[in-house]
Design a protein around this ligand. Structure first.
Ligand code: NDP
Length: 255
């Protein structure tokens, strides 16, 4: 999928929400979607980072984006319902969501996982996606064809020692995607997962502090799959879990 070439107009007229849009892969996806014509709604925790992406989008000539500052850890059902209403009022449509925000948490032996740590991971990596999906589905169905992209990991397909709650949260994400994809068949809303593979970001550096980041692909390198699944070239793809770096998927240390 690294060789997919999107038309520059692929996302013209579409409104796309990206979570965790201030940093790492989410930041790059926001810039890339905006660069292909989408109006991007930037959701994240740190407003300063979102503002910087907002400015970059304007500077590259993309449609004017919007910012939704939200800490997924504390957000309630009402926050998501209010958010859906605001998007409906402001844009009248929503054509896609990239669920990208995620927490790595503390890596270590299963027996040492703290209950609070577990709850935090499940809240940010799983429950927020459940609540946000529920709140946004009515608008997405009205805007069909629409695309839901969830973010998985190598450890979301095969468990691995010391990856504890993070790995479990990615298995849950894969499961949520499969349930939704099956249910949404014939609604025009499709759901798929991306496993980014080892990518040069802050999270990867925290997971592998001894690794030379220069040996890794950058977020920009893995954008072809993010574009493909968000745009109308993938209308027949539903319920799939795809590797953004298929050539590395089996050889590199999993994350
Ligand atoms: P980063 O840590 O670089 O970025 C994570 C993003 O999520 C940040 O924008 C962060 O916002 C946001 N975020 C974290 N917690 C919250 C919260 N409570 N509320 C709102 N936003 C939040 O990670 P990556 O870009 O590396 O990862 C992106 C996704 O890809 C994740 O789901 C990750 O699990 C997955 N992934 C990454 C791999 C890699 O090698 N990089 C490999 C496999 C999967 P802020 O900066 O404001 O905290």
């Amino acid at each position: 999928m690294l060789d997919y070439h999107a038309s520059p107009e692929l996302l013209n007229g579409k409104v796309i929400l990206v979570t965790g849009a201030g940093d790492g892969i989410g930041r790059q996806a926001a810039l890339c979607y905006g660069g292909h014509g989408a109006t991007v709604i930037l959701l994240g925790k740190t407003v300063k980072k979102l503002e910087a992406v907002y400015d970059e989008l304007l500077a590259q000539g993309s449609p004017e984006p919007a910012i939704i500052p939200l800490d997924l850890q504390g957000a309630t059902r009402q926050h998501y319902l209010d958010m859906a209403e605001t998007i409906k009022q402001q844009f009248g449509r929503l054509d896609g969501v990239l669920f990208n925000a995620g927490l790595l948490g503390v890596l270590g032996p299963f027996e040492m996982i703290g209950e609070d740590e577990w709850d935090k991971l499940m809240q940010v990596n799983v429950k927020s996606q459940f609540l946000m999906t529920q709140a946004l589905l009515p608008l997405l169905k009205q805007s069909a064809p629409a695309s839901l992209i969830y973010t998985s990991s190598g450890v979301g397909k095969q468990g691995r020692a010391y990856w504890g709650g993070y790995a479990v949260s990615k298995f849950a994400t894969e499961g949520m995607m499969e349930v939704l994809a099956d249910e949404l068949e014939n609604t025009g809303v499709r759901a798929n997962c991306i496993n980014p593979g080892a990518t040069r970001t802050g999270m990867r550096a925290r997971a592998y502090p001894g690794e030379d980041p220069a040996t890794l692909r950058t977020p920009a390198d893995i954008m072809p799959l993010y574009l493909y699944l968000m745009g109308n070239d993938s209308l027949n793809i539903n319920g799939q879990s795809l590797d953004a770096q298929p050539d590395k998927a089996r050889t590199r240390a999993k994350q």
